[in-house]
Design a protein. Structure first.
Length: 114
C-alpha cells in the first residue's frame, strides 16, 4: 500500500503460550486491541507529520531554485499560497497528534483523536 501499514489478520493453531507471556485475559484480545489502538495511531500520525515537514521544506527549497520566465517560482503568489496551505495543514495535524499523545499520557481514551 502507499502508506505501508496495511491491516493484517494472523491465525495460529495449536500454539502453546506460557502463562507469563499472556497479555490480559484469554479471549479478550480484541478488547485489549481497542484499548491500545490509540497509541499506535498517534505514533503513525507523528511519523507522517515528520515526513510532511521534510517534504514541505524540500518543496520550499525547490521553489526557490526553480526559475521560470526569469524568476523563481517561489516568487509567484499561487505557489506561495500552496506552500502556506500545506504548512497550515501540517501544523494542524501536528497539534492533533500532540493532543492525542497528551490524552494517551493522561490515561484518557484517545481513539477518536488518534
Amino acid at each position: 500500500t502507499m502508506g505501508g501499514w496495511s491491516p493484517a489478520e494472523l491465525f495460529f493453531e495449536n500454539v502453546r503460550v506460557p502463562e507469563d507471556h499472556i497479555l490480559g485475559e484469554v479471549g479478550q484480545g480484541f478488547s485489549l486491541g481497542m484499548q491500545w489502538i490509540g497509541q499506535g495511531r498517534w505514533l503513525i500520525a507523528s511519523r507522517c507529520v515528520g515526513t510532511a515537514e521534510r517534504l514541505l521544506q524540500m518543496a520550499v527549497d525547490y521553489a526557490k531554485q526553480r526559475v521560470t520566465f526569469g524568476q523563481p517560482i517561489a516568487d509567484r503568489q499561487a505557489i506561495q499560497w500552496m506552500i502556506a496551505d500545506s504548512a497550515v495543514e501540517i501544523q494542524a495535524t501536528k497539534w492533533l497528534a500532540f493532543h492525542a499523545a497528551w490524552k494517551a499520557d493522561q490515561g484518557v481514551d484517545n481513539r477518536h483523536e488518534a
